[in-house]
Ligand binder design. Structure first.
Ligand code: GLU
Ligand code: ZN
Length: 321
């Protein structure tokens, strides 16, 4: 007997969804659906200064256009703030967090999903020096009108897990920045806490996402441990990069799904390119997500970034005349 598999699609409405996002959604959708699993759609909209009006609706539209569906949601993180507060309270009760008054730049760097520039590289960030680590939870009262966030003590620091695609993976929280923010100075949860509370409470058994989030997995494993919860299976898919090897961005041309659609490219064209890039198709040809279900296997997915060239984009451009 297999336990029921549950995946998730978790767009951040901080900008438009592009080919890189679509590749990860396709993999997450196929992985769950090909084994009879269900999916939840979660809109990660707590990163308020960066959330763009209309981007959540656009992301939902883009997913529907791609032919990806879900069984639950959309669930908006901003509607679940009380749940995150409850988990944070649990961390405070256990004296696992402390108030940190370090600079705003530090706070911002640590507060949202840290997408690294170099795809796949688990690179070191400047470690939090522990300036405020001597504080106790009760010290927050004495900070009065000073601005402070809450950091989780990054101990134990060594974490390992078996990635669904990348295999055994060892991570050291000290090298990844040390104590990290779980509650922002704005009084809202950081990505790391919200995502753990959500995946746990939504019963997600499989987290599939871009490999820029591998370092975050160590932080999330610590949170699962501290909250007394069992972590899901983590599977990280290498990112889509431009010919220069850097993660897909505006400088590589406009690969927003809405732009491709407006240019007359079909969802099947896009799925065909992405399916081929993941090793599920021998050649680039139009195909639906459903039709890919029988070809899906994680083993076929290259462990290196997918380099999106102009030539490849031309192959799915509509031919005129
Ligand atoms: N919302 C994040 C993103 O769109 C994904 C976070 C996650 O999958 O844990 O990059
Ligand atoms: Zn500090």
């Amino acid at each position: 007997m297999h336990d029921q598999i549950k995946g998730r699609l978790a767009p951040s409405p901080t900008g438009a969804q592009h080919l890189g996002n679509a590749r990860t959604y396709l993999a997450a959708w196929l992985s769950a659906r090909s084994r009879g699993g269900t999916l939840v759609l979660r809109i990660e909209d707590i990163d308020s200064p960066r959330v763009k009006p209309g981007a959540a609706e656009q992301a939902i539209d883009d997913l529907r256009w791609l032919g990806l569906d879900w069984d639950e949601g959309p669930i908006y993180q901003t509607a679940r703030l009380a749940r995150y507060a409850a988990a944070f309270d649990q961390l405070q009760q256990a004296e696992l967090v402390y108030p940190c008054t370090c600079t705003r730049t530090d706070v911002e760097r640590a507060a949202s999903a840290p997408h690294g520039e170099s795809a796949g590289a688990v690179h070191a960030e400047p470690a939090y020096p522990g300036t405020c680590a001597g504080r106790r939870v009760a010290d927050a009262a004495g900070l009065r009108d000073r601005v402070f966030a809450w950091r989780l003590r990054a101990a134990p620091a060594l974490w390992s897990y078996v990635d669904g695609l990348l295999g055994p993976t060892a991570l050291d929280l000290e090298k990844l920045g040390g104590d990290f923010i779980v509650w922002k100075s704005s009084g809202t949860p950081a990505y790391q806490l919200a995502v753990v509370v959500d995946d746990h409470e939504m019963g997600v058994t499989e987290v599939m996402r871009g490999d820029d989030l591998v370092p975050s997995t160590a932080r999330q494993l610590l949170l699962y441990h501290r909250l007394g919860w069992t972590p899901p299976v983590f599977t990280h898919v290498p990112l889509v990069v431009g010919p220069d090897g850097r993660r897909l961005a505006k400088r590589h041309g406009d690969t927003r799904l809405s732009t491709l659609r407006d240019a007359g490219i079909t969802a099947e064209d896009v799925i065909g390119l992405l399916g081929w890039s993941c090793g599920w198709l021998d050649s680039i040809r139009p195909i639906s997500a459903h039709e890919l279900l029988s070809s899906f296997t994680l083993a076929a997915v290259p462990r290196v970034p997918f380099v999106l060239t102009q030539e490849l984009l031309t192959q799915i451009a509509p031919r005129h005349g």
